[in-house]
Design a protein around this ligand. Structure first.
Ligand code: SF4
Ligand code: SF4
Length: 381
């Protein structure tokens, strides 16, 4: 019998507290009592919860309340994409996660500045990595990913959410070390192998399709997923939104390493097909997934910065290639040195960066989005 993945319907965030106990019961999950629990949401950048980039605060609050009711010490920790200068706290506040944690009696923390412990991985790219000590001191880690597509890794869920356990600028350095989708996915799986086991509860009430993880569109799914096996949950969630198993590099790598078993699905996994991230054709032949940099440079879209840039500096700080500099009214990107990691697009809290093959098409798309009111300065914190 494979690992259990439970799924319940939950149409609105107001219904999360009622749905949660039944969800945990589906897989027979037992919460600890009088222990320390580390909750890891996704607070990618400083953006309001209704944009559906981050784990919804209603789920964070409901999980923390359940854990607190059992006498646990609950710590909610994250290192966001905009980690410099207190950026993680800003991201947790803008997304409502910080306040949700406090309201539920938990302790929100930014992983930056926390004591670290160096862990050796069994990985092929990542030899060792410094991670917050609290991850390993906690009696349980509860991973709260958001169901989204991803421009680089195609899908982001439980395994990818662990990338936010790496404190500070190391995240950007690793993007630079492993810029292609396959290389970067290898780093994520390497990291997963160094992590403690987790209980995963996925926010799939509202997901994000298209140009995820930050600039896609909201997609209503109306479900919560749970599993004590992160790879199994990712496999079920990725299938549910229309990916073949070999299309998601992290899932394919987990299978290759013998870390993915066929799950037992308990609940409604009826497919709700998401629009694909558009930087490569939807159906990539197997051979092409191993062709990285030269192919990407030819086929991939590049980041372009628009007039609603506020010069907040978040993209410059995270750019692993150091190719973003301050211009007169907006940031500038030196596309020659750009490694197409898309970190800048992910962290921009103002939706001022989009991806396109030319400046002209970038401007057209940006204008169209602005017209629809999908992303503009008023939408941001
Ligand atoms: S593009 Fe402008 S607004 Fe967006 S992260 Fe960069 S500096 Fe900030
Ligand atoms: S400009 Fe953006 S996509 Fe290019 S290397 Fe820098 S962060 Fe990555």
């Amino acid at each position: 019998m494979g690992p259990k993945v439970g799924i319940v319907r939950c149409e609105r965030y107001d219904d999360v507290p009622d749905a949660l106990p039944g969800l945990l019961e589906l897989i027979g999950a037992r919460l600890p009592e009088d222990r320390t629990v580390l909750v890891k949401p996704n607070a990618l950048t400083a953006i309001r919860p209704e944009k559906n980039v981050t784990t919804h605060p209603a789920l964070v609050a409901a999980v923390c309340r359940l854990l607190k009711a059992k006498g646990n010490r609950v710590v909610v920790g994250e290192s966001s994409g905009m980690m410099a200068g207190g950026g993680t706290r800003r991201a947790m506040e803008a997304s409502g996660i910080w306040q949700a944690a406090i309201g539920a009696g938990a302790e929100p923390i930014a992983f930056e500045g926390q004591p670290l412990v160096v862990k050796r991985t069994k990985g092929t790219i990542l030899g060792e990595i410094a991670l917050p000590r609290i991850l390993f001191e906690a009696d349980l880690v509860v991973n709260l990913p958001k169901l989204k597509t991803h421009m680089l890794t195609r899908y982001t869920g439980a395994i990818k959410n662990l990338y936010g356990c790496i404190p500070g600028g190391k995240k950007g350095d690793l993007h630079g070390l492993a810029p292609g989708p396959l290389e970067f996915s290898t780093v994520i799986v390497d990291l997963f192998q160094a992590m403690p086991k987790q209980l995963v509860i996925m926010d799939a009430v509202q997901g994000m399709e298209g140009a995820g993880p930050a600039t896609g569109q909201t997609k209503h799914v109306g479900r919560l997923l749970v599993s004590a096996d992160a790879p199994a949950l990712d496999l079920v969630a990725a299938r549910m939104i229309g990916f073949r198993d070999d299309e998601v590099p992290t899932n394919a790598l987990l299978k290759q390493r013998g870390l993915m078993r066929e799950p037992e699905v308990l609940g409604d996994a009826t497919p709700i097909v998401f629009k694909r991230p558009s930087w490569l054709p939807n159906r990539i032949p197997r051979w092409a997934t191993t062709v990285t940099r030269p192919f990407m440079r030819f086929a991939a879209k590049r980041p372009y910065i628009h007039e609603n840039c506020t010069l907040c500096d978040a993209c410059r700080k995270i750019c692993p290639a150091g190719v973003i500099s301050e211009g007169k009214r907006r940031m500038r990107i030196d596309h020659q040195g750009c490694i197409l990691c898309y970190c800048c697009v992910e962290v921009c809290p103002y939706g001022a960066i989009n991806l396109a093959r030319t400046r002209f098409t970038a401007d057209l798309t940006h204008r169209a989005l602005k017209k629809r009111g999908a992303k503009n300065a008023q939408d941001t914190p």
